[in-house]
Ligand binder design. Structure first.
Ligand code: NDP
Length: 400
């Protein structure tokens, strides 16, 4: 029996679990293991009557390698899909190494005390994964994830070299709250309040947070303000895609979101430095997370669409070429299908597909790999089949 252990039972995991259950020919058994077991049990209760996939649940603290090893040894999954938080990446990788089990995640490791996400910690596991004969697939969400698969597809089929990539992440959804985040608020706010950066001629160029703004007219959404952010896939794509001169990442934000964020920053609520409160240390950002709406609760109230993709410029047969690959996803359609909004959906579907690639042996190479290092074709087919159909344009508007 082919089995997958899913760690975490939040917004993204819930979608991935729904999708595994729709895909029971591949996912014959899943174990949902998370910190709060009642969430896993609730999902099992909802989904077990609808699927042939045999669902088991367990409580686990994914910060504890010994606990993870014991659980993996008792369930014996073929692959572990890490959908907890980036802080747990290394402990889960350690447990996979100890049990010789394949590993898949959607976000790179970030230490709790520094809001700096880069691949060096996980790339340092390469040799150990090679020696153990197991695969670690890093970044199998949408961005990183599908953006890397789009890049691998573009270089394989459309270009001899790609010189410029602009990744555009547009959320045209409206949840009706003045301020809420669409995925884990702590991770989201750490990401958007950090300095921006992009890679030009092999070097990182740093900007102030939200310093670079552009307006783009997105199909299915309309005109939106977007801002240059640092994003983790820039680091791996600049190394893995041939010919890159510049690679940037833009994300759309509404004015209300930015005004609230500025205010929260100004009063110190987004800080990750612990402060003393009534005799005990608390982290302001973690306290803020506790008072904000749970992203999982946004599903029923979010309307509108997301449009995420990559604009490539490069050369084919000696001629300049431009190519845009993107996906448009409708919040309400996602909600009707799996009970979640499109941000969780666009991450949870590729997470299931990444685990499927490893589980079926389509992607099978011992070591630690970013997603663009594998053959994109079966993943691109699976996106069309499992709810994230992609579109292409050979004459898109460019970002200056
Ligand atoms: P949530 O906060 O909704 O879910 C996180 C889950 O992990 C919760 O169920 C939580 O348990 C569980 N968890 C946290 N710590 C532990 C622990 N120590 N042991 C066991 N379980 C734990 O987050 P999301 O679903 O929004 O995000 C999940 C991941 O997806 C994150 O890493 C995020 O960065 C990534 N992501 C990637 C994207 C991409 O495109 N690549 C886009 C969006 C997100 P509990 O229920 O007890 O809180």
């Amino acid at each position: 029996m082919k089995k997958c252990m899913i760690i975490g039972c939040g917004g993204v995991a819930s979608v991935a679990i729904h999708k595994c259950c729709q895909n029971s020919d591949v996912f014959e058994g899943i174990m949902i293991a998370s910190r709060t077991k009642s969430k896993c049990d609730k999902l099992k209760e909802k989904l077990q009557p609808t699927t042939k996939t045999v669902i088991e649940t367990a409580q686990v603290n994914a910060d504890n390698v010994d606990e993870l090893v014991a659980l993996i040894n008792s369930y014996k999954p073929d692959v572990v899909l890490n959908l907890a938080l980036p802080y747990q990446d290394l402990t889960i990788m350690d447990a996979c190494l100890a049990t010789k089990t394949h590993y898949v995640d959607t976000a790179n490791y970030e230490p709790l005390d520094t809001a700096k996400f880069e691949y060096k910690w996980q790339w340092a596991y390469r040799e150990r994964f090679e020696k153990a004969g197991i695969t670690a697939l890093l970044g199998s969400g949408f961005d990183p994830g599908v953006t890397g698969v789009f890049s691998a597809y573009a270089i394989k089929h459309e270009f001899d070299e790609i010189n410029y990539i602009d990744i555009l992440d547009c959320n045209g959804g409206d949840h009706g709250y003045p301020f809420a985040t669409n995925f884990n608020p702590e991770i989201n706010i750490r990401e958007v309040s950090a300095k921006g950066s992009y890679i030009e001629n092999g070097k990182w160029v740093e900007t102030e947070p939200m310093e670079i703004k552009r307006v783009y007219d997105f199909e299915g959404v309309g005109k939106k303000d977007m801002y240059l952010l640092h994003h983790e896939e820039l680091e791996s794509l600049a190394l893995n895609i041939k010919g890159i001169k510049r690679i940037r990442f833009f994300m759309t934000f509404g004015q209300s979101y930015l005004t609230h964020l500025k205010c929260l920053e100004n009063v110190g609520m987004t800080s990750i430095e612990p402060i003393m409160y009534e005799g005990r240390p608390i982290v302001p950002l973690q306290f803020l997370k506790a008072v904000l709406p749970d992203p999982a609760s946004l599903g029923p109230r979010t309307v509108g669409k997301t449009n995420i993709g990559c604009i490539f410029r490069g050369k084919k047969d000696g001629k300049d070429k431009t190519y845009y690959l993107y996906n448009i996803c409708d919040h309400q359609q996602c909600y009707r299908e799996v009970g979640s909004q499109a941000i969780s959906y666009t991450t949870g579907v590729p997470a299931m597909i990444g685990a499927m690639m490893v589980l079926t042996g389509k992607w099978n190479r011992a070591g630690v790999y970013n997603i663009e290092e594998f053959d994109p074709d079966p993943f691109m087919d699976a996106l069309n089949k499992w709810g994230l159909p992609w579109q292409e344009s050979f004459n898109p508007n460019l970002v200056d």
